[in-house]
Design a protein around this ligand. Structure first.
Ligand code: C2O
Ligand code: CU
Length: 520
């Protein structure tokens, strides 16, 4: 089992690349069940991310709600549970006994006080994905807090300033690829409405408890990748990026179809919409002619989905919570961690709402029902999936969602590096823990020049304030980058240490993360 000298940091954050991940593999090679995780929790020393200096980060008290600010409270109970996914029953970890977990709903500007009662056999945290919140509530172990130990409670307190479709999940290991996720919906007090009903549609790829666990899968990816070269990974990673770069110069978006290169690393037996397989799908009901707002969240760990509703066009209205110029599409891509809102005017009957994972077998399905008629079968495939698939990063921002016009005060470079064989991922040439933080100043406009130097696509996610694409001004917090793609992102950083990482859970755990450190 775990070497007692191994810093816990490496298990939580994958910060030591090969070494850290190898230890993770050793811990979980016991096979079925979650016993290995319990062993982590009790045997491993508790060390912050500052390389074993023993620093602890206790909760940072908040001033509480200000006068006139509404207080919204919730309790989350991450725990072991048994879930019926529809034709398949799994032992897994979830928030309570439902999948997705119970949504938290509030109005933009409210003060949230969320108590986490950790009933898992492992450390955990909660990250509020996409929320522009105070750094101390961001949920990153070793950076903004100490992880919540098994049996412990922790209170997150923050103002949620912006409306939109968000979600939350742990920021520890591969826990997101179990059942630990739930929507966070912030209503807009100024929302014009214009729709009759609203459905939250959460997509997931599922393998936990189906003969394996996420930890087993990562161990296998590393083993199949073969031994790393003698340079300990770092040099190999830098070289890999450089070599691949040569043949692919200039590749960029704009040609429409299938820009994502290699499909994901992981094979999933099931794909879910709102926690159910196509065998026993969720039914979403409304009346013919009604306008429905879909809030689509991709909570998957290794799957980019194409989403379509059979017989319907969808009007995209928000990207990662930010209003966009309404754009009508037949189908759209959604990467891990992304959210898109769409308005649909419903026909009469029963229709398949399908999310097909890019480059993989199988799909997720829900039934949209407004009238009589046979439900679409589990294999129903809307013809829209075979037409033009819209790339959300081509949306244009609505006027109110732009960053104020300003020239960048500072520029930093960010490369995404790595490969499947050996299974090593990093940023700026090294895995997390070995790369240096991106430095920024609050009050300045930062430009980030991003280059994906790998042959896979990666959903790049920034904690803290949302960035804007420098060319169009589109605001996002998660951006799908195609193989060898370059982008410029503009950002007004807020004080704190913020994670920047790939939202492929396996890539992040293997080291594809870096800190953005903003000082006053
Ligand atoms: Cu949803 Cu740091 O991630
Ligand atoms: Cu990635």
């Amino acid at each position: 089992m775990t070497s007692p000298q191994l810093p816990r940091r490496s298990l939580l954050l994958g910060g030591l690349g090969v070494i850290g991940v190898g230890a993770l593999a050793a811990c979980t090679s016991g096979g079925a069940g979650h016993a290995g995780d319990a062993a982590h929790a009790s045997n491993t020393p508790h060390v912050g991310m500052d390389m074993g200096n023993g620093k602890t980060i206790g909760p940072v008290p908040s001033a509480g709600p200000s006068a006139g600010q509404k207080l919204v409270t919730a309790t989350l109970t991450p725990k072991r549970t048994t879930l019926d996914l529809g034709g398949v029953t799994v032992d897994t970890w979830a928030y309570g006994d439902s999948l997705p977990g119970q949504a938290i709903r509030a109005t933009a500007g409210d003060f949230l006080r969320v108590t986490v009662d950790n009933q898992l056999p492992a450390d955990t945290t909660v990250h509020w994905h996409g929320i522009r919140l105070r750094n101390a509530a961001d949920g990153v172990p070793g950076v903004t807090q100490d992880a919540i130990r098994p049996g412990a409670r922790y209170v997150y307190e923050f103002t949620a300033p912006d409306p939109g479709t968000f979600f939350f999940h742990p920021h520890v290991g591969l826990q997101l690829d179990r059942g630990l996720y739930a929507p966070l919906i912030l209503d807009d007090p100024a929302e014009p409405g214009g729709y009759d009903a609203e459905w939250v549609v959460v997509l997931d790829d599922w393998l936990d408890g189906v003969g394996t666990t996420p930890d087993d899968v990562l161990a296998k990816l590393i083993a199949d990748g073969g031994p790393a070269n003698g340079n300990g990974g770092m040099d190999g990673m830098g070289g890999m990026g450089g070599m691949d770069h040569g043949g692919m110069g200039g590749m960029n978006h704009g040609m429409g179809q299938a820009p994502w290169g290699d499909a994901g690393d992981v094979t999933y037996p099931h794909y879910l919409i709102n926690g159910k397989t196509p065998t026993d799908p969720t039914t979403l009901s409304a009346k013919p002619g009604q306008r429905v707002r879909l809030r689509v969240i991709n909570a998957a760990s290794d799957s980019i989905f194409t989403v379509a509703l059979g017989g319907h066009r969808m009007t995209l209205t928000h990207a990662d919570g930010h209003p966009v110029q309404p754009t009508e599409v037949g189908a759209f891509y959604i990467g891990m961690g992304e959210r898109y809102d769409a308005i649909v005017t419903l026909g009469d009957g029963a229709f398949p709402l399908v999310a097909a994972p890019f480059g993989k077998q199988g799909h997720a399905l829900a039934v949209v029902r407004t009238g009589a008629g046979a439900a679409p079968g589990p294999d129903a495939m809307p013809s829209e999936l075979g037409g033009q698939v819209f790339l959300g990063s081509r949306l244009l921002p609505s006027a109110g969602s732009r960053l104020p016009d300003r020239a960048p005060d500072a520029t930093v470079n960010l490369t995404l590096n790595g490969a499947m064989k050996p299974y090593l991922w990093g940023m700026n040439g090294a895995p997390y823990g070995k790369n240096s933080p991106l430095l920024a100043r609050a009050g300045q406009r930062l430009r980030i020049n991003v280059v994906n130097m790998t042959m896979m696509s990666h959903p790049l996610h920034l904690h803290g304030p949302a960035f804007a694409l420098a060319d169009t001004g589109l605001r996002k917090d998660t951006l799908l980058l195609a193989p060898m793609e370059s982008r410029q992102l503009d950002l007004d950083p807020e004080v704190g240490d913020w994670m920047v990482h790939c939202h492929n859970t396996y890539h992040a755990e293997a080291g594809m993360m870096i800190l953005l450190s903003a000082t006053a």
